[in-house]
Write a protein that binds this ligand. Structure first.
Ligand code: PLP
Length: 468
């Protein structure tokens, strides 16, 4: 299977290279040249791991032999705490929540990153190579990436996080991992500083090549692909009826996976994009104008974004897969902070997508409502999803007969302060993390300085030691 860049210039690649490359060399994102069709009959009645083999195998170009792939998927989803892996719970007459937080770090990012770590190890050991993964995190991505890569022979992972600006649980999930190939680094700066450092390290091409730098951020195609599986899983669980999915969204990776599922033939009525007050996506789907604003800190920090990096993948399809046209729109975004979507394509996108913005008060109110009416405890991100679904139902934008499935993207114990504030209950960590606060932390602090980061990698990455 071949993958092309959304900017149309970078070389066409096979899956293994798309996995290792992350961002295309022309600044674009890789997408499959053509999508495989789902065999929905074959998807029925499968365990989650077998469903992942059926759905995800073709999305990775079947580059790993079927039997090996099946085993990898069995290992990947055995790391989850719930036998259903992604259980569905009914919270209304025709409304469900799909719990995507039973993985090792309690957020949906585990679904993709647990698989990704295994893909990296497999592809690299086949080639006898090693890489150094470098990433920045505002919280959830870092711990999920670390859990996916810990102890892997072919990978060293360095994650930068803003000192004092991630929650206790989030920090400890990164700093208490003992494996020698894991390096959590507190940066004296904010998340933007961390991201700028990562970008600068990648832009130093000599350094990048010497360290074999690689990325696992949400623009990596393999992450989107792995997320397609649970959309199919929900559909199978609810009998194959067309569903409306409500997806708490930031970088547009999760909801775009739903769009991929739809294009592969899944019955999808609506993809509802639920945002907090950082609502570039909601404003876009209301007006057709994609325009940046500043970032506001909220109770749902994993959705506090200025631009949605995966949105470019939808845009590519909206403009008829015209790479230069995407390049032009992205240039506008860079130079003047925004662009307007071509009208005809925008109308088409609106047939599938709809968006809602849920502010802080409405988020708290929804956490209270769901707890009162059903006993379920939602984290703020997940509550934004159910609140959006409920609004769309009340507005009759989603018909009564269409089941809604809201994606619960984080475990409530990951955001205990917000939960406490909403319903007065301090949610307990699941058993596997119950002793998190007693574990020994191992972290170092570095200044907001590229040279310091580079020296640190040079000293600690195995690839540098291999070479010297
Ligand atoms: C990352 C994250 C999101 C946003 O997902 P995107 O794929 O970036 O849209 C929502 N909720 C939680 C808990 C997250 O960690």
């Amino acid at each position: 299977m071949r993958y092309v860049s959304t900017r149309g210039v970078a070389p066409v690649l096979e899956f293994d290279d798309v996995l290792l490359t992350g961002l295309a060399r022309d600044g674009g994102l890789y997408v499959p040249e053509t999508l495989p069709a789902l065999d929905l009959a074959a998807c029925q009645g499968l365990s989650y791991a077998d469903l992942a083999t059926e759905v995800l195998g073709p999305l990775t170009g079947d580059s790993i032999p079927r039997a090996d792939f099946r085993q990898m998927m069995a290992d990947t989803y055995a790391a989850f705490d719930h036998t259903a892996v992604a259980p569905l719970k009914q919270i209304g007459a025709n409304d469900w929540v799909m719990e995507l937080f039973h993985g090792p770090t309690l957020a949906f990012k585990d679904f993709a990153l647990q698989a990704l770590g295994r893909f990296f190890d497999r592809v690299l050991s086949d080639r006898g190579e090693r890489v150094t993964i470098l990433g920045a995190t505002s919280g959830d991505t870092g711990s999920a990436a670390i859990e996916g890569c810990r102890g892997r022979e072919a990978v060293d992972i360095f994650i930068l996080y803003p000192q004092g600006r991630v929650s206790d649980v989030q920090r400890r999930q990164m700093t208490t991992v003992e494996d020698a190939n894991v390096h959590a680094i507190a940066i004296e700066g904010d998340f933007d500083d961390c991201q700028a450092l990562v970008k600068a390290a990648f832009n130093d091409l000599q350094f990048r090549d010497r360290m074999r730098l690689s990325a696992v951020n949400s623009i990596n195609w393999a992450r989107v692909a792995a997320q397609v599986v649970y959309y199919v899983h929900a559909s199978m669980a609810l009998g194959g009826r067309p569903l409306a999915f409500s997806v708490p969204s930031g970088n547009f990776g999760n909801v775009f996976a739903g769009e991929v599922a739809r294009r592969m033939g899944l019955a999808v009525d609506t993809l509802l994009i639920a945002t907090n007050v950082n609502d570039i996506l909601t404003r876009f789907f209301d007006t057709g104008e994609y325009r940046t604003r500043g970032v506001t800190a909220t109770m749902s920090p994993s959705m506090d974004i200025q631009v949605s990096s995966n949105f470019e993948r939808l845009l590519f399809d909206m403009v008829g897969r015209d790479g230069p046209r995407v390049q032009g729109l992205m240039d506008n975004l860079k130079q003047s902070g925004g662009f307007t979507a071509p009208e005809d394509t925008f109308a088409r996108a609106q047939q599938t997508f709809m968006a809602r913005r849920i502010d802080e008060d409405a988020t708290l109110a929804e956490m209270r409502r769901v707890h009162r009416e059903t006993g379920e405890i939602l984290d703020p991100h997940s509550a934004i999803g159910t609140a959006a679904a409920r609004q769309a139902r009340i507005d009759r934008r989603i018909a009564d007969h269409v089941p809604t499935v809201s994606l619960a993207t984080a475990h409530p114990a990951k955001f205990p302060d917000a939960v406490k504030r909403a319903i007065g209950i301090h949610p307990a960590l699941p058993e596997r993390l119950a002793d998190l606060h007693d574990r020994k932390e191992r972290s170092i602090t570095l200044p907001n300085d590229l040279g310091a980061i580079q020296r640190h990698l040079q000293t600690h990455a195995r690839i540098a030691q291999d070479a010297s």
